[in-house]
Design a binder for this molecule. Structure first.
Ligand code: NAD
Length: 279
């Protein structure tokens, strides 16, 4: 069994982005909007700020209170869309339920949608020609590439059907010629599917939902889940799978750090496109 080391790989990617960003005159800028008081979001945004600084990018943070009017947030996004110095815009999720998340997200210009969550970006994934693949699925694809995990003809089982992770990774795996099964909260007899997975991608948010009795010998296990209990972080997969799997992403230190690295990579893609810089 080999651990798929997202920490090491993300450090390498951040250094590549840093090297690229260093060679251009203007500083790439990522704008982050937050609404409300989500504790986990505060940690994620701080991590994004540090990662931006490390790579020679700048992060602008627009932090709105719970009581902000939706129109104020939308107006700010429209301003950022027009601002030529801003290369990427993200709305940190989750936001309070009273807001129309889709409407706010779809205000972001597809050219600056570095989280890949607008309808236009999501549709482009369907066509296999996305400019911005959402950061977590993109991070998983980078792991596959780095560790030379070929998906062609293999059975990939995805658990979780969110726009953020499950659906885009399902489509990207199909684009890589995998046979894909999508499971979710209404799937009956989950084990029937997981037992047959050559590659199992779990994005649910349920501590240790999957254990070794549910996987195939030699399977590749990608654990996206993050559950915080008493200050400790748990994945969706019980570490006992290491007895049977060929590859496993640890939690923490697997998919998580890759997500931040991919946000930087996407912002840099935005920067290059907006400044007509060829690769
Ligand atoms: P979500 O809440 O939007 O979706 C969860 C999905 O899990 C749903 O589609 C639901 O149908 C499915 N589900 C729920 N219970 C299930 C069950 N018992 N069996 C099968 N499926 C079930 O979540 P999300 O935004 O995709 O995030 C999923 C998890 O991944 C969360 O823990 C989140 O914190 C984590 N996450 C981690 C990263 C990272 O960088 N590591 C990034 C994004 C999300």
């Amino acid at each position: 069994m080999e651990r798929l080391d997202g920490k090491l790989l993300s450090a390498k990617i951040k250094d590549e982005v840093k090297a690229g960003a260093d060679s251009y005159k203007q500083t790439p800028i990522l704008a982050v909007l937050t609404i409300g008081d989500d504790e986990a979001s505060k940690v994620y945004v701080e991590n994004k700020r540090k990662a931006c600084e490390y790579c020679g990018m700048s992060m602008m943070h627009f932090d709105y209170a719970d009581c902000v009017k939706e129109s104020v947030v939308i107006k700010k996004i429209k301003e950022l869309n027009k601002d030529k110095s801003v290369n990427g815009i993200i709305l940190q999720l989750p936001i309070p339920k009273r807001f129309n998340t889709k409407k706010i997200l779809n205000t972001i210009s597809p050219d600056k949608d570095v989280d890949g969550l607008t309808d236009i970006s999501q549709g482009k994934i369907m066509g296999g020609n996305a400019t911005f693949i959402p950061c977590t699925p993109k991070g998983i694809l980078e792991i596959f590439d780095h560790y030379k995990i070929d998906l062609e003809g293999r059975h990939v089982v995805v658990i979780g059907r969110s726009d953020l992770v499950g659906k885009p990774i399902m489509l990207e795996c199909i684009n890589r010629n995998a046979t894909v099964t999508m499971c979710h909260s209404k799937t009956k007899d989950l084990k029937k599917y997981t037992k047959d997975a050559d590659v199992l991608i779990v994005a649910v948010g349920h501590k240790h939902l999957i254990d070794k009795s549910m996987i195939k010998e030699g399977a590749v296990i990608i654990d996206v889940g993050i559950t915080r209990i008493d200050g400790k972080i748990y994945g969706d997969v019980n570490p006992d799978v290491e007895e049977k799997a060929s590859y496993v992403t640890p939690v923490p230190g697997g998919v998580g750090p890759m997500t931040v690295a991919m946000l930087l990579k996407n912002t840099f893609i935005g920067y290059k496109k907006q400044n007509n810089i060829e690769d």
